[in-house]
Design a protein around this ligand. Structure first.
Ligand code: HEM
Length: 128
C-alpha cells in the first residue's frame, strides 16, 4: 500500500517502544553516555525519544503536542556531544535496531537516518 507510512511498515508503536527500551538499556550502563543525562531516572528521556521517533516516521504527533517543535540540535547544545559520544550512541542504537530484525530495506532506511542524525548532533570538535 503506497499510503502506508514507515511507522506502519515497521510495526507501529510497539516496534518503537522495543527499539527505544533496548537503546536505553545500553545507555544505562555506558560510562561515556550515562553522565550526560541530567535525571537519575532515564524513563522520561526514553519516552521523549520514543515519541519523537514515532512522530518522525509518520505516527502520532504526541511528541510535538507535548514538547513543541523538535529543534533537536538546539536541545542537545547543553550536552557535550563529540565523536566519542556519537559513536557510543550509535553503538547502542545499532544493537537495538538489530533486535528488531526488520526486513533489510527498512533496516537500511532506519539506520541511514540514525547515522545522519547522530552526526548532525555533534557539537564539540575532537581534541588535538
Ligand atoms: C535528548 C544525548 C543523539 C533525540 C537527549 C538528552 C541527552 C541526549 C543527554 C537529554 C535527555 C532528556 O531528554 O532528558 C544524545 C547524545 C547523542 C544524541 C550523546 C549522540 C549523537 C540523538 C539523536 C536523536 C536524539 C541522533 C534523534 C534521532 C533526542 C530527543 C531528545 C534527546 C528527541 C529529547 C528532546 C526533548 O524533547 O527535550 N539526547 N543524543 N538524540 N535526544 Fe539525544
Amino acid at each position: 500500500d503506497e499510503s502506508q507510512t514507515f511507522y506502519d511498515a515497521v510495526g507501529g508503536e510497539e516496534t518503537f517502544t522495543r527499539l527505544v527500551r533496548r537503546f536505553y538499556q545500553g545507555v544505562a550502563d555506558d560510562p561515556v553516555l550515562r553522565p550526560l543525562y541530567p535525571e537519575e531516572d532515564l524513563g522520561p528521556a526514553e519516552e521523549r525519544l520514543r515519541l519523537f521517533l514515532m512522530q518522525y516516521w509518520g505516527g502520532p504527533r504526541t511528541y510535538s503536542d507535548q514538547r513543541g517543535h523538535p529543534r533537536l540540535r538546539m536541545r542537545h547544545a547543553p550536552f557535550r556531544v563529540g565523536s566519542r559520544e556519537r559513536d557510543h550512541w550509535l553503538g547502542h542504537m545499532r544493537a537495538a535496531v538489530d533486535e528488531l530484525e526488520l526486513p533489510e530495506a527498512l533496516d537500511r532506511q532506519l539506520w541511514g537516518y540514525f547515522v545522519y542524525a547522530a552526526q548532525s548532533m555533534v557539537n564539540t570538535p575532537d581534541e588535538e
